[in-house]
Design a protein around this ligand. Sequence first.
Ligand SMILES: *Cc1c(COP(=O)(O)O)cnc(C)c1O
Length: 345
Amino acid sequence: MFEIEKLIRENIKALKPYSSARDEFKEFTANMVFLDANENPFENGVNRYPDPQQIAVKTALSKLKEIPLSQILLGNGSDEVLDLIYRAFCEPKTDNVITLPPTYGMYKVLANINNVEEREVLLTDKFQPNVKEILNVADRYSKILFLCSPNNPTGNSFSNESVEILLKSFPGLVVIDEAYIDFSSEISWLQRLDEFPNLIITQTLSKAYGMAGIRLGICYASLEIIAVLNKIKPPYNVNELTQQRALRRILTKNKVQKEVDKILEQREKLIQKLKSVAFVEEIYPTDANFILIKVDDASKRYEQLLNKGIVIRNRTTQPLCENTLRLTVGTTSENIKLIKALNEL
Ligand SMILES: *Cc1c(COP(=O)(O)O)cnc(C)c1O
């Protein structure tokens, strides 16, 4: 039996959260006079503190994803959401988390910041989770397993079968980072959130939604997990401008889908063109808005492209990624420039 209470840090269980002016008074009506939060009373659009519970944004997301409001938490980017998860569940110097390199670098950075041991279990040569080894390495202090699917920087999705075994057998929380889910041919694990009390899914407006600049990360989990995270989040962690822009974007989902469709179309074209570049040795399958390729000499090719004004990501120092480059799919004209430059080398 999974019990969330056993995973929460003692100090967090005992914590009495800060109660902001906006927490204590919520029944807004038009003609009320607000003299409770020491704000400047002169209206300029942002003179008031933002809604600490971001109800408008969450309501839109709740309708879109068919997940109750009480199972959604928003953060200042997914990076804040991930940090909150560490702080709620991982006792520094005692607990550990498991990551599966090559993967997103923030899981490790956050482990170091929070002084939490990070155990690494390499992906297989097909870039899939090594289920047996993960369960081997896990112990009763293993609080979080990070599964990034589609994975950055490899681009592939993890097999549903492996993820399901891990969800059922891992003793702690399983975070599935779905930053790239809107580009994927696989469906989101959100559909199955209610089946797994230890499942946390993170998504973001930074990639498919085209809003990296506003910083909005989304966390979906059980009511109990969301309640713990809510207790420790900074009261006004998502600012007013972000809430406004995010709401507008979420409500124009068709525009987002059109851009995603274009990016996917461009991704296929890029893959075709990359096949005829002489020094490209391998193009890895991708479910994301980027392509990982293996070349003859990644550092050399990276420098050469930089000299032509094109910035890509050299991933050669990552495990299993020797001589690989990660290419983000750009606009049609950007991709043409990239292919032209590659062919000139
Ligand atoms: C880009 C990315 C994110 C996004 O983080 P934000 O803080 O929401 O911008 C999260 N996870 C992965 C794996 C990413 O590649």
